[in-house]
Design a protein around this ligand. Structure first.
Ligand SMILES: [Zn+2]
Length: 144
């Protein structure tokens, strides 16, 4: 996904972490994935350790809530991967900020102006991954 600066953010899923593993909580839904960002022509590739399908669903539903303007939380945080989605205002323009914490002092982030077209497009990209990598754990995910 490209933003107004031409900076790119992509969650690239390579495969399930375990090929034919079904009905195991977490492990069946564990994805091998990377976060790719191109910020001011600098390419950053981060291995998203411990990304599971449920987290992508959380991101998707949170984006849909932003579209419907009924979101309760301006933040969506994960611990593993060390990722945060945050809504903030920059020069009175609402932006969605995606922050990855490399360590205690170093972060990488990407911003997207919040409007229907942008959020729709990002939500569709996340949904495509969810469709390509369906839940295999056999349990109902607790998204909310
Ligand atoms: Zn599942």
């Amino acid at each position: 996904m490209k933003n107004h600066n031409g900076d790119i953010m992509k969650i690239h899923v390579i495969n399930y972490q375990f090929d034919n593993l079904y009905n195991k909580l977490y492990d069946s839904d564990w994805l091998e994935a990377e976060l790719i960002m191109i910020i001011s022509k600098r390419k950053i590739k981060i291995n998203l350790e411990f990304l599971i399908i449920e987290e992508l669903e959380r991101i998707y539903f949170w984006l849909i809530q932003i579209l419907n303007k009924n979101y309760a939380d301006s933040k969506l945080e994960f611990i593993d991967p060390n990722l945060k989605f945050k809504i903030m205002t920059r020069s009175k323009i609402p932006v969605l900020k995606i922050i990855y914490y490399m360590n205690d002092t170093k972060i990488e982030c990407w911003e997207l102006i919040i409007n229907t077209a942008n959020i729709n497009s990002l939500a569709n990209k996340i949904n495509k991954i969810i469709i390509n990598y369906p839940c295999r754990c056999g349990k109902t995910h607790n998204i909310n």
